[in-house]
Design a protein around this ligand. Structure first.
Ligand code: HEM
Length: 431
């Protein structure tokens, strides 16, 4: 099936633009805030092996506030288009945002200042928002049997979401009650389920639709989707189970299965790229290459603490490569492409020509974001391994500069869309 066919009738399934965009704008804002917190609290970054404070707060402004927030905004619009079934009532999607976005802010504030009440209230709001998301996605997938690459990964994501939320809440309560025999292992299991499970499987599942659609390449065969889901599922069980019970060889086996799934996944993606109709890849794809390179690197890094290397710095390097290296690069790449894509889809709502993607997406801010984000990844990785303050500070400044550039890009896409619509309204009124 050619990906273009997904778009047939897609316009009928478009949500009002403010619905997905509130998620995208919140994600861009929390991304910026996370880098500010890391810079302000930079003395707590080197040697971070967990615990309350600015670093953990910034980590969750990225994981919950940027990664999961973008996944929610993309899923509510993409799943109905890909599966040709609505994702549930609009009021439920609005409620999801009203609970989740303030929950993220409150949870981060509680972690940054060690306010237990804010952590508990914020985490609860986040979990309720994520549960609503999981419920809406699950209800949509239950009736789909023709998209194994998407549905199997989405089910793995929903299952991982349940695990990460339970472990996340247990970790929050343990900050005040201190009842866990091994807090660090529970945190690592939470990170595996959240990073590779929830976010990883959503990213993999959506890329089976998005990448072929954005590059106009051939669809990825269902067999590839089935195989990556099987290998990933087994890898997640062994990876998370191994760290939870403290058996390093088990979690190392999980990471190796993850590497096998990654090879099958990347080969499927590259095969679709080879058949693409648009030979010149768009600017967003540069960040996709960064993400695809750092996914296997994060899994190799996971082998080090699994096989006994000291948590400081190797567990921190793994978390950094997983969250900032692979996931944040992939999510900002998709965000960079999906925001003007949706704006272009909506731009012909009043008749008249749709706004061109190239017109809606300014290039300079994303060039700056790519350069700064990549520099930040290299400098901070070197700083974490060497324990050096100056590469860390330079890396955090580069990360913040990149986040500001991405913010400018977002504001400019929305400004250009609004001015196109204003012109369309004027033309419409002149008849
Ligand atoms: C409602 C949802 C969540 C809650 C309540 C939560 C809670 C926590 C807590 C309390 C910790 C600290 C453990 C410690 O360092 O002492 C933690 C660590 C972590 N969380 Fe979350 N989290 C949630 C969602 C997520 C999501 C969605 C992701 C990723 C996509 C994520 C990724 C991580 C990572 C990577 C760590 C660091 C683990 C480590 O230091 O080994 N979390 N989380």
């Amino acid at each position: 099936m050619f990906p273009g066919s997904f778009m047939m009738g897609a316009k009928d399934r478009l949500l009002p633009p403010s619905i997905p965009y509130r998620f995208f704008v919140a994600a861009v804002f929390f991304h910026l805030l996370a880098w500010v917190l890391l810079l302000v609290g930079n003395e707590g970054v080197l040697g971070f092996v967990g615990g309350q404070g600015m670093t953990l707060a910034a980590l969750h402004l990225i994981t919950l506030g940027t990664l999961a927030m973008t996944a929610m905004g993309a899923a509510i619009q993409l799943l109905p288009v890909a599966t040709r079934r609505p994702l549930g009532p609009v009021w439920a999607i609005k409620l999801m945002f009203i609970l989740y976005a303030p929950g993220v802010a409150l949870f981060a504030a509680g972690l940054a200042h060690s306010f237990a009440w804010a952590q508990h209230a914020g985490a609860t709001l986040c979990v309720v928002g994520l549960a609503l998301f999981g419920g809406l996605v699950g209800a949509n997938l239950r009736r789909v049997d023709d998209l194994p690459g998407v549905t199997r990964h989405a089910w793995l994501a929903v299952a991982s979401l349940i695990g990460l939320a339970i472990l996340g809440l247990v970790l929050v309560i343990d900050f005040t009650k201190g009842f866990l025999p091994d807090h660090t292992s529970v945190a690592a299991a939470h990170a595996v389920l959240a990073g590779y499970g929830f976010m990883g499987m959503l990213s993999a599942g959506f890329s089976f639709v998005l990448i072929p659609m954005f590059v106009l390449g051939s669809a990825v065969p269902d067999a590839v989707g089935k195989r990556t889901a099987q290998l990933s599922g087994l890898g997640l069980v062994l990876g998370a189970g191994g760290v939870l019970v403290g058996i390093g060889t088990l979690s190392a086996l999980g990471a190796l299965l993850g590497l096998a799934a990654t090879i099958v996944y990347l080969r499927g993606m590259l095969a679709s790229l080879k058949t693409r109709m648009k030979k010149r890849l768009e600017p967003f794809f540069r960040m996709v290459w960064v993400a695809w390179a750092l996914l296997p690197v994060s899994l190799v890094a996971a082998l080090l603490p699994a096989l006994g290397a000291p948590l400081d710095p190797w567990a921190e390097l793994w978390v950094f490569l997983l969250v900032f290296g692979w996931l944040l690069s992939f999510v900002t790449a998709i965000l960079q492409r999906i925001m003007p894509f949706l704006a272009s889809m909506h731009s012909s709502a009043l008749g008249g020509k749709p706004a061109l993607l190239s017109h809606l997406s300014p290039k300079l801010p994303v060039d700056i974001h790519l350069g700064c984000h990549t520099a930040a990844l290299v400098l901070i990785s070197v700083a974490l391994v060497g324990g050096w303050v100056w590469p860390l500070r330079l890396g955090l400044i580069a990360g913040l500069a990149g986040a500001i550039a991405f913010g400018v890009y977002t504001v400019e896409v929305l400004r250009r869309y609004r001015s196109h619509m204003a012109a369309a309204v004027a033309a419409h009124q002149q008849g």
